[in-house]
Design a protein around this ligand. Structure first.
Ligand code: ME8
Length: 648
């Protein structure tokens, strides 16, 4: 391990809603790394916190009729309480409304300005409040929707200060090139490189349309501007160490790893290093971007109401079992679907059968044959092959953890358990003891104890309490010293005496939670959660029948369907409505239907809409559909009808 200081961070979470399983995932990965770094004796600083400024937060508070600061206090406290309940070993919980943080952000603004990296201009563009980002017209979906979250953007024209991001394009590319592991997993680095090679625009870093943010330093005498939330938020990684105030902890900088979800990679892999270059600070060693947790294959989102509540799951299945599951189940960087079935399988199989049973077998055999005594001094004499095999596995482990390949780490860590279980089956201690091979039998128990001891040390960062119980059963404590002795120096365990104990992982036969109950109850007032279409229906105006008949609705058959490549939402359809040629319809239904499944099916078409252009393609009609929190479905005739049949 080359570096003796380890600074590990999570994103700071927005206080517009309470934590869900995705937030828990990032935090648990970071906690695991921090615990591991401490165990191997590194001076470690683990930071988490909340991101509290910006229009989104201001609006969330307003919707609930609360004062913004009071609202931020309340949600920030909920995050902190959850992490405390989850025993997250953070060293600091930062809030962007902390006075020191705000001072640090102001200092950074001044430093960047003095470097010539900030200038004032006017900005006019499409702004997504949800992502707090401007997008050029060319990147919008269907000319108006955010390419990242799909929500409607609004046109904003503002006087703004700009950061000269374009100036850093070459240095950024150099950084990615010279540091192949700066972005993990490595495949994500290529995405970032392609994006930066496409050209960087200067970045608007102040806003005048609202004032819930950090003000500019007084010397600018420009009170209507507040800092852009992402400048404010990213700076937390250094203000937490005292940047701009008391810089005593700045020797933890640069970060060993910033853990984030892939949704915020661009901010961390492009803006953040560019800001750091401007501030003349070193760049982080790694930015680790993990994938999404989904539910039944769909991304979790509040509007879909499919967000899993991590506390419910941890309370029902055990916090540490949940930690193990999350880290083992999904390769870092990939998406993972949350299901209770998969969680139960991991608990019963990996934890119960492989790990828990091994400890039971050791306790059983040692009490039956040796009144509970276990000695390890003869292990090498009788089981050298197994010890060598064990070492091969252990040697592979450490690199995985800081390459963030935690699933591989855990997979490899289970091999020693297989070695132990196989050795019992192979040497059959019950036969050996009958044959009078007492020494060999004791040594076999010693081998199992050795394996369990090493596995519990290496698993400690993932399952701190469980492994403490295992270590106690083996007569030792998990500390950096014991790690050093047993893992690094290969010292053997002192003799100990086992005691009978309850199984560590009682078998779970069926799902412990109702499917619905694990999903977070929606916090927002009901109306706000309704999709746009539904909200509009609430204010519907009455019309006469003659107005209704102005709309020409017809039965159509989809004869061709293809994906619109650059769009997340659109399909290009040819719909036969009994005319001389099919109508071309561009429909925003790609999230719910594949092109193939649509061909040959019938739909209801609005046939007298003025043609419109969507992403440059002519659309000559619209399909009727219904959308609620479960998604969208097309409205179809109950029985097949001739194409062109009017609907009334
Ligand atoms: O983006 N699966 O905050 P945020 C996995 N304040 N991880 C998920 C997830 C999911 N379905 N949903 C959320 C912000 N996450 C900014 C960050 S940092 C300087 C500022 C996790 O509350 C994941 O870590 O929207 C993601 O990056 C983070 O929550 C976003 O949290």
């Amino acid at each position: 391990m080359s570096c003796h200081k380890s600074y590990i961070t999570t994103p700071i979470y927005y206080v517009n809603d309470v934590a869900h399983i995705g937030h828990a995932y990032t935090t648990i990965i970071a906690d695991t790394l921090a615990r591991y770094a401490r165990l191997i004796g590194q001076d470690t600083f683990f930071l988490t916190g909340t991101d509290e400024h910006g229009q989104k937060i201001e609006e969330a508070a307003k919707k609930r009729g609360k004062d913004t600061q009071a609202y931020a206090d309340e949600i920030s406290a909920k995050f902190r309480e959850l992490w405390d309940e989850f025993d997250i070993s953070y060293d600091k919980f930062i809030r962007t409304t902390d006075a020191d943080h705000m001072k640090g952000v102001q200092k950074a603004f001044s430093v960047m300005y003095d470097r010539g990296d900030i200038y004032k201009d006017t900005y006019s563009g499409h702004y997504c409040i949800s992502c707090e980002t401007f997008f050029p017209q060319t990147q919008l979906v269907d000319g108006e929707f955010c390419p990242d979250c799909g929500k409607q953007t609004s046109i904003v024209e503002e006087e703004s200060y700009f950061f000269r991001l374009s100036k850093y394009q070459d240095r950024l590319l150099e950084w990615y090139r010279d540091n192949p592991e700066c972005i993990l997993p490595k495949s994500k680095r290529n995405e970032v490189i392609r994006f930066v090679e496409g050209g960087l625009n200067d970045l608007s870093i102040t806003r005048t349309s609202f004032d819930w943010g950090v003000k500019l330093p007084e010397r600018f005498n420009d009170p209507k501007h507040v800092m852009y939330v992402w400048l404010d938020a990213l700076m937390n990684y250094v203000t937490a160490l005292g940047y701009g105030t008391d810089e005593a902890k700045m020797d933890f900088w640069p970060a060993r790893v910033h853990l984030i979800g892939k949704d915020i990679l661009r901010f961390h892999a492009i803006y953040w290093p560019a800001f750091l270059m401007s501030l003349d600070l070193p760049l982080p060693k790694h930015i680790g971007a993990h994938g999404w947790w989904t539910r039944n294959g769909e991304k979790m989102s509040k509007s879909k109401g499919n967000v899993v509540n991590p506390k419910e799951v941890a309370d029902a299945y055990g916090l540490e079992n949940f930690r193990y599951f999350m880290l083992r189940e999904v390769p870092f960087g990939g998406d993972g679907d949350f299901s209770q079935r998969a969680l139960i399988d991991r608990i019963n199989s990996d934890l119960g059968n492989d790990l828990g049973n091994l400890l039971n077998r050791l306790i059983g055999m040692s009490s039956k044959y040796f009144e509970g005594r276990v000695e390890c001094d003869l292990v090498e004499k009788y089981y050298k092959t197994e010890l060598d095999e064990l070492q091969v596995s252990l040697d592979k482990l450490e690199p995985y953890i800081f390459e963030l390949q935690l699933h591989r780490y855990l997979e490899e860590l289970w091999r020693p358990l297989t070695i132990a279980n196989r050795a019992i089956d192979k040497y059959q201690p019950w036969t050996m003891i009958k044959e009078g091979k007492t020494e060999e039998t004791m040594a076999l128990n010693g081998l199992i104890a050795t394996i369990l001891a090493k596995v519990s040390l290496m698993l400690h960062a993932v399952m701190p309490k469980t492994t403490t119980v295992i270590a106690n059963a083996l007569g030792f404590e998990i500390t950096p010293e014991s790690f050093n002795k047993i893992i690094r120096n290969g010292e053997i365990l002192e003799p100990f005496v086992t005691q009978k104990r309850e199984p560590l992982f009682p078998r779970i036969e069926e799902q412990l939670l109702e499917e619905k109950s694990i999903e977070e109850s929606k916090e927002e007032p009901k109306k706000e959660n309704k999709p746009k279409e539904e909200k509009e229906a609430d204010n519907i105006a009455l019309i006469g029948i003659e107005q209704f008949f102005e709309v020409s609705l017809k039965i159509g058959t989809i004869v061709e369907a293809q994906e619109v490549k650059k769009s997340k939402k659109l399909l290009l359809l040819q719909v036969d409505i009994g005319e001389d040629r099919p109508r071309q319809v561009v429909a925003g239904i790609k999230e719910w239907y594949s092109a193939d499944e649509l061909v040959g099916t019938q739909v209801c078409v609005v046939a007298n809409l003025k043609p419109a252009k969507l992403m440059g393609m002519k659309s000559e009609g619209m399909l009727l559909a219904a959308k609620d929190s479960d998604g969208l479905c097309l409205i179809r005739p109950e029985k097949p009808k001739a194409v062109g049949t009017p609907i009334s």
